[in-house]
Design a protein around this ligand. Structure first.
Ligand SMILES: CC(C)(COP(=O)(O)OP(=O)(O)OC[C@H]1O[C@@H](n2cnc3c(N)ncnc32)[C@H](O)[C@@H]1OP(=O)(O)O)[C@@H](O)C(=O)NCCC(=O)NCCS
Length: 182
């Protein structure tokens, strides 16, 4: 969906622009997906699982921009992509139409500057305007930084999915389930 650009002041004095992601960022998004999934184990994909072509990524970003029920927010600092966040509906069936789900990841060099907090606050605001009543997410149980961010932004822990993830090193990891009323 299209939404107003928002400028935020970071903890290091720089300015960050939060705006709708769009096809012009397709190549940067492919680089971002590969690099961020290598920088942390806490994202769902491994870098070699990023299979999109430039053309398919452009098409996906174009469709998301035109979809009034999809939030795809890019964070840009000094003209460089710092991160991306998204909110999407859980499904079309009436019984689950009130729920949406959030995902977010920043490049490591932009962690700890306040971007995550600002993105979640803005995405929550937009999700409420769309009409969703509940924002859900799953986070790897060991991801303390993300859990701290979510609690700061008003999310409440509601459960735990045993052995939700199996990493390539053979280790199993639980996921924490969290929600926030919109
Ligand atoms: C998780 C992530 C999005 C957080 O974004 P961020 O911009 O670094 O977060 P913020 O700077 O807004 O910090 C928010 C809060 O997190 C906490 N926090 C920050 N760094 C932390 C750290 N290293 N350890 C524990 N808590 C930390 C603080 O409570 C902070 O609040 P404060 O600013 O009032 O002190 C970012 O670190 C990231 O992209 N990580 C890798 C991908 C990932 O794990 N995504 C989530 C998957 S579910």
């Amino acid at each position: 969906m299209k939404f107003e650009e928002r400028k935020i002041l970071l903890k290091d004095g720089r300015t960050c622009v939060l705006k709708p992601n769009s096809p012009e960022y397709a190549q940067e998004m492919l680089d971002y997906l590969r690099k961020t999934s290598a920088e942390t184990e806490y994202l769902l994909r491994y870098p070699d699982e990023v299979k999109f072509t430039l053309e398919s990524e452009k098409e996906i970003l174009g469709n998301l921009l035109e979809n009034p029920y999809a939030i795809m927010m890019i964070a840009v600092v000094d003209g460089k992509v710092a991160g991306n966040g998204s909110v999407n509906g859980i499904g079309d069936k009436r019984k689950i139409q009130h729920r949406c789900s959030l995902a977010i990841a920043l490049y490591e060099e932009f962690w700890g500057l306040g971007i995550g907090t600002a993105m979640i606050d803005y995405m929550s605001e937009l999700a409420g305007q769309i009409g969703w009543k509940q924002l859900d997410l799953e986070v790897v149980a060991e991801n303390e930084q993300a859990i701290a961010l979510y609690k700061k932004c008003g999310f409440i822990e509601t459960g735990r999915r045993h052995n939700a993830l199996k990493f390539d090193d053979g280790s199993f990891h639980d996921e924490i389930l969290m929600y926030k009323d919109l």
